[in-house]
Design a protein around this ligand. Structure first.
Ligand SMILES: Cc1cc2nc3c(=O)[nH]c(=O)nc-3n(C[C@H](O)[C@H](O)[C@H](O)COP(=O)(O)OP(=O)(O)OC[C@H]3O[C@@H](n4cnc5c(N)ncnc54)[C@H](O)[C@@H]3O)c2cc1C
Ligand SMILES: NC(=O)c1ccc[n+]([C@@H]2O[C@H](COP(=O)([O-])OP(=O)(O)OC[C@H]3O[C@@H](n4cnc5c(N)ncnc54)[C@H](OP(=O)(O)O)[C@@H]3O)[C@@H](O)[C@H]2O)c1
Length: 379
């Protein structure tokens, strides 16, 4: 595969279609996005991610301008040194949500007040600074210390460049030529009485249309790939939430190439009725044999939470048989809570169904890692 696209030279693609996957669900919005690559020459493999440039919320940029006392037309340089007005720079080029240390140090120096974070900027107080910063954004700091005055140039000089966000690709070029599909959860939460929105996920959900240039490039999945089509190795895929994305790509690819090995998919979301992403596709794959088994966990459809790891434990005997047949276990999605819990469940499977001690189970799982039969793509 040859591609010349990268961070410095991104490809420009266009949205074809955006479909809400969580219709009727009040707890979350997760979108299926289809992007056209026609004429771009951008190529990818199952397991790759798409790195996407996005823009900040204009409403947030305007709040910052008001707090700073700027009109928005003041001239500054963007992070690459190109001249622009500050409003455009705040929307398109600079990171204006998470406060950078350089910005905090500048506020601490400019205000007459003793800031709550000044002493936490010391290198040995990283954890305390992170705790203080949790849920706070640049706007909160500016509003808390209004006597910290910046010139437009000074202000942008203490901001970082707006970074790309990565999304696991949810399609295969063999099944969807000239397209790339994504499964994106809109990040939205409230802290300190203020509604917050994830930069890129909200931009995708609310502020782009089929004419918006989508600047992107591929980041390779490294080891996170399905086996070759003629390889009979079974695969087990565990992808709750947006973790499902790469497995849709795997299954599209495996159907298109008539892959020989059997495949088992674990999926979890909050409600079966409103969050069963890509349900008809899985049913189709079960019918034609692309998928041997689908196991689901609906966390909020009953009193007690039911997660994928509970389903893993329920299926211990059969999972153990698949492991002993050399299956590869893939996990994708939440890194903080889900992936460690799924890992614990795998240890329990090896102990309970494989008749191993905790130490032997740990060695068995470690060997799966060494043999590249346990692969993670978590975030
Ligand atoms: C390899 C890889 C693949 C990925 N694949 C996907 C994918 O397929 N689909 C997908 O949706 N995402 C995926 N992600 C995550 C994605 O890259 C973004 O991180 C995500 O969309 C959020 O970006 P954002 O710009 O919308 O939010 P940001 O503006 O970056 O805000 C996110 C930040 O907000 C804060 N935050 C979030 N929730 C809360 C809360 N409840 N309370 C307090 N603070 C909070 C946290 O600091 C968090 O880091 C992937 C990430 C990686 C690294
Ligand atoms: N760090 C956090 O606190 C946090 C919280 C939410 C999402 N996120 C991030 O937000 C992004 C999008 O999330 P998403 O929409 O893909 O899905 P998600 O929030 O990961 O949820 C998908 C499913 O996983 C369940 N789940 C929650 N905790 C779990 C655990 N320990 N083990 C197994 N399953 C668990 C959820 O149940 P319930 O929601 O009913 O518990 C839900 O049914 C991801 O990047 C994720 O990492 C982070």
């Amino acid at each position: 595969m040859t591609t010349t696209f990268n961070r410095k030279n991104p490809c420009t693609a266009k949205l074809l279609k955006a479909e809400l996957l969580t219709v009727g669900c009040s707890e979350k919005d997760t979108w299926h996005n289809e992007i056209s690559l026609q004429g771009s020459g951008l190529e990818y493999l199952p397991g790759d991610s798409l790195a996407l440039f996005s823009h900040n919320s204009p409403a947030l940029a305007d709040e910052l301008l008001t707090a700073l006392g700027f009109s928005g037309s003041e001239q500054v340089e963007d992070p690459d040194g190109a001249p622009t007005d500050i409003r455009t720079a705040l929307i398109e080029s600079y990171a204006i949500t998470a406060p950078d240390k350089k910005f905090l140090a500048a506020v601490d120096q400019k205000t007459a007040a003793t800031t709550a974070f000044g002493e936490l900027l010391a290198p040995d107080r990283k954890k305390e600074l992170a705790d203080w910063l949790w849920g706070r954004e640049v706007i909160d700091v500016l509003l808390e210390y209004p006597d910290a005055k910046f010139t437009p140039e000074e202000f942008v000089s203490v901001l970082k460049k707006l970074q790309v966000r990565l999304y696991s690709i949810a399609s295969s070029l063999k099944a969807q030529p000239d397209e790339v599909h994504l499964t994106v959860a809109t990040v939205a939460y409230e802290t300190f009485g203020r509604k917050r929105q994830g930069v890129c996920s909200t931009w995708l959900a609310e502020r782009i249309n089929t004419e918006t240039p989508l600047r992107c490039f591929i980041t390779p999945g490294k080891g996170f790939r399905p086996p070759e089509p003629d390889d009979e190795t079974p695969i087990i895929m565990c992808g709750p939430g947006t973790g499902i994305a790469p497995f849709r790509a795997f299954l599209q690819e495996r159907q298109a190439t008539s892959a020989k090995g059997k495949a088992w998919l674990f999926f979890g979301e909050i409600h079966e009725a409103t969050c069963f992403f890509y349900k008809e596709e899985w049913e189709h794959y079960l019918a034609d044999g692309t998928l041997a088994k689908l196991t689901t966990a609906w966390s909020r459809d009953q009193q007690e939470k039911v997660y994928v790891q509970h389903k893993i434990l329920e299926n211990a005997a059969e999972l153990w048989r698949w492991f002993e047949q050399g299956a590869i276990f893939y996990v994708c999605g939440d890194a903080n809570r889900m992936a460690p819990d799924v890992d614990k469940a795998l240890h329990a499977v090896v102990e309970a169904a494989g008749g191993k001690s905790p130490e032997e189970a740990a060695a068995y799982i470690a060997q799966m890692h060494t043999d590249k039969r346990y692969r993670s793509d978590v975030y």
